[in-house]
Design a protein around this ligand. Structure first.
Ligand SMILES: C[S@@+](CC[C@H](N)C(=O)[O-])C[C@H]1O[C@@H](n2cnc3c(N)ncnc32)[C@H](O)[C@@H]1O
Length: 283
């Protein structure tokens, strides 16, 4: 049984415990519990205090009271137990990231995705990460592959500031360049320069696909992320291919789906999918 639900049943009783989401998200020394609709915050505080007592590495516990919202894709939180601090150091694939869970997007669920993409980057590639957050894909690519450049764009000024710090902390200043602003506009500066463009923001991946494609050299790879409704994981990938196939058919390109996979299941019959698409621009 998932750790949090087991603990919840122990300290709050069977009935309340059953309502608690099983997975606790650990980000550095911060634990995040999703607030179930019919369990109040005072009850969750009892559970959170027990979590701090039992898990020595947890110093602060927060309840996520909304899903990610807004342009910056950040959840709203309420402090439950331990230190009232939302900044921490998050570690992934041998890299360190300063984050502030109340100010920037951060999700350990993308852990595998970060290294999966990094492993695809060939020596000397010019990479553009359009929706970089605090720089996870960009820095992990710089550390695990040998790109010539990673342009790392985000519109959230706090994410940008933390990304600049993270680039320095991980000693990749010679390769990764943090850029603040709207990627769909900024990417136009890099027309014809990129071997690979990452679009890890489902809300804008179709809309800004033409600009991403324009940023590619004659040919290259675009990684697109999208939410799709489907009855199975396999169908979710097929659906995503239809969406991006239609969008690419509007552009003057030929394309080939290199890989497609479900990144996570978001809700009943609702999935986040990534497609790696090889694209050749027709001159
Ligand atoms: C899902 S998060 C990215 C996660 C990040 N790549 C990671 O691996 O942790 C999406 C990011 O896109 C940023 N964003 C939203 N709209 C944007 C835009 N028009 N241009 C650039 N960044 C944008 C948000 O601030 C947020 O940090």
């Amino acid at each position: 049984m998932r750790l949090l639900r087991r603990l919840a049943k122990e300290v709050l009783g069977e009935e309340v415990g059953r309502k608690v989401w099983g997975r606790v998200e650990i980000i550095g020394d911060i634990a995040v519990i999703r607030k179930p609709p019919d369990v109040d915050l005072e009850t969750l505080k009892i559970l959170a205090n027990e979590l701090v007592r039992r898990l020595r590495y947890v110093r602060s516990v927060w309840a996520a009271v909304t899903p990610v919202t807004g342009t910056y894709r950040v959840r709203e939180y309420v402090h439950l137990a331990g230190e009232e601090r939302s900044e921490t150091i998050y570690r992934e694939h041998g890299c360190v990231f300063k984050v502030d869970i109340r100010e920037v997007y951060i999700s350990p669920v993308l852990n595998y995705e970060h290294i999966r993409v990094a492993r695809k980057v060939a020596k000397g590639e010019y990479v553009i990460n359009m929706f970089a957050g605090v720089g996870l894909f960009s820095i992990i690519i710089a550390k695990h592959a040998s790109p010539s450049k990673v342009i790392s764009i985000d519109i959230n000024p706090i994410a940008h500031r933390l990304m600049v710090e993270n680039i320095r902390l991980n000693k990749v200043d010679d390769v990764v360049e943090a850029v603040l602003g709207d990627a769909c506009e900024i990417v136009k500066r890099y027309r014809g320069m990129a071997d690979r463009v990452l679009m890890p923001l489902p809300e804008l991946s179709v809309k800004c696909l033409p600009q991403a494609v324009e940023a590619l050299k004659g040919k290259g790879v675009v990684h697109v992320y999208e939410f799709v409704t489907a009855t199975s994981r396999e169908e979710a990938v097929v659906e995503a291919k239809k969406i991006f196939g239609d969008a690419l058919n509007e552009l003057n390109v030929s394309y080939d789906f290199e890989e497609g996979r479900v990144v996570r299941s978001v809700g009943p019959r609702y999935y986040q999918v990534v497609l790696d698409i090889k694209i050749s621009r027709r001159i």
